[in-house]
Structure formats: C-alpha cells, structure tokens
Design a protein around this ligand. Sequence first.
Ligand SMILES: *Cc1c(COP(=O)(O)O)cnc(C)c1O
Length: 361
Amino acid sequence: MTRAYNFAPGPAALPEPVLRQAQADMLEYQDAGASIVELSHRGPEFVAVASAAEADLRKLVGIPDDYAVLFLGGGATTQQALLPLNLASEGQTVDYVVTGHWGKTALKQVDSRLKLNVAASSESDHFHSIPARETWKLTPGAAYVHVTANETIHGTEFRHTPDVGDAPLVADFSSSIASEPLDVSRYGVIYAGAQKNLGPVGVAVVIIRRDLLERAGLPRAEIFNYGVHNKHESMLNTPPSWNWYLAGLTFKWMLAEGGVAEFARRSQVKAKMLYAAIDGSGGFYRNEVDPAVRSRMNVPFFLPDETLTSKFVSESKVAGLISLKGHRVLGGIRASIYNAMPVEGVRALVDFMHDFQKRNG
Ligand SMILES: *Cc1c(COP(=O)(O)O)cnc(C)c1O
C-alpha cells in the first residue's frame, strides 16, 4: 500500500502516525476491553482522552487560562450560527468583514433579531484581496467583529491581527489554526472545524474568553448555549468522542514535531516553493490573489484552459498527488498544504507542475 500525497481541503490528510495509532486502538483501547468509540464518554478512559486533548491544545496554541476551550459537534458552520446567538442581544449590531466564501457563509447564519453590518468586503475584487483596515466601517458598540483568518477556497489569509477597538474580535481559524504562533489574547473567540488542520471532521474547537460566556445573548435552547456547554465540559450531551480522540492524537503529533513554530517554518517553505512555481511559469499557471495576503494553507491556481485543467487533475492523480481539483465555486486547481502535508509532498507537486508544463506548455 502506498499513501498518496493528499492535497484535500477538508476533510484533509491526517499524519500517518496518527492513523496508525488509531488503527492500533480501534479494536481495544489500552486495556479497556473495547475500542474508545465503544466506551462511555463519562468513563475514566475517555475523560482522560478529553482532558489530555484540551491540555495539549492549550500548550500547542498557547491558550491563556482566562479562555475556555470547547469541543463541539456540528462543524464550523454551526459555530457561525451559535456565535451571534451567544454574544449579541436583541437589536444589537454585529460587524462582519467578508474576504471570501466562508465569510459569506458566516453572514447567512446570523439571527434575524440582530442588525448585521458588513463592515468591509472584497467581493467586488473577486476576493483577491483583503480590504485595508482604514476602509472598514465598524459600528461603535457592536457585539463583536467577525473575520475569517484564512479563506480556504479563495486563498487569502490575514497576515496581521486587525485592531478593532473595544468589540471582541471573533475569528474563523478553521483552515489555519496551529500553523503559526498566535496571540490568543487579541481575540474574543477563535473557532475552527477540526478537519483542516486539527484532525478529523465531526468536531469543532471553540476558544472563548471566559467573560464572554457571561453574556446573556439571545433567547435560545440550552444545547445552543456556550456557557452551558462550558459548565458541562463539552459533555452536555454525547460528544463526538471518536473525533475528539483523533484530534487529541493530532495535537500530540504536532507537539512532538516541534509545535507551531516548526509548522510556521514548514508552511513558509511549502508556500514559498509553490507560489514560486506558479509565478515562475511565465503565465502557464496563475494565482490571482494579492501577494501580500496569499494564503500559506490553500493555494488556488489556474491553467490556460479547462482541457488542460482536467488533464492536470487526472495525470497528477496517477503521479500520486490527489485531491487537487479546485472548489466548484472557483474551478481550476487548489493545493491545500496543511500541517500534515510534508515539504516533500509540495516538492513532488512542484516537480509535477514543471514536467506537466514542459509537456503541455
Ligand atoms: C471548512 C470551513 C468551514 C465550514 O466547516 P464545516 O465544518 O463544514 O461547517 C468554515 N470556515 C472555514 C474557514 C472553513 O475552511
């Protein structure tokens, strides 16, 4: 069996040692007589898994004690709906900065009892850029300001944490969390679906400043209440235990590899190599994003026509480079190069790109 280099955007590649450990634990977890998927989430085995995962994530990302960490089902999109319900009160304004597909998705989850203000958007620029901070029309007294740290489809990434004044900054870090050092204290909430950089699909991580858990929010069911989830240590109902366990293994792997500083270094090397191959192709490959905000995680690019694009996708697959087809919204090619993608995988892609151009350019 050979595992291909998997450039999938999410669900994305997991580190092989994580999969091997999961395989070994699948029939029997330690001496429990059953798999971890088959054991109670309130039993000693899973409680230990859950608390180790939280401790490891705190260490990995550098999460201060005045932030709670929640592990919840429902993915990142559900958090986009829960955030307004929990952080804003009836009639209050919420500010959104829209820099791509996921920022737009977040808008659609905002409860109609709130006033939604799009403070800035780069849609008129086809999401090729991030609007300059000076142009944002923020609302004084807004409940929060929402940004998408890395736009997984459009391939833009904030390179600096924006200053938004008194309103808490809420950021969707689904596709870039743990890829470089992060000053958590600059944010009110950081949330991420795990299936890009943290592990498997099925669990989302919410890192929330504890004082924000005290906000009344909108009238809502208990299951949609972050404060209640926190009180129950993310076990108000049955949590996605298998996914939480796999994420925990992934955190351990990332710490053992050298933590976020090392992944920042690797990401730099990988992104630089790939963008250099695109920019150095004399226009055969094109990335249209403002170089100042190009994503280090998701690299969309285009070939001269559709025929070459399909040929690229099918031939790269034969060469052991899979899941390179672009998102249906954009077309073209997209290479997602998260923490689990080794530098050699990107080197193999770049070699393939050179060779493909030589044969077809
Ligand atoms: C994938 C993704 C989402 C959606 O995640 P789901 O878990 O499918 O809800 C939201 N935001 C960003 C930035 C993403 O990359």
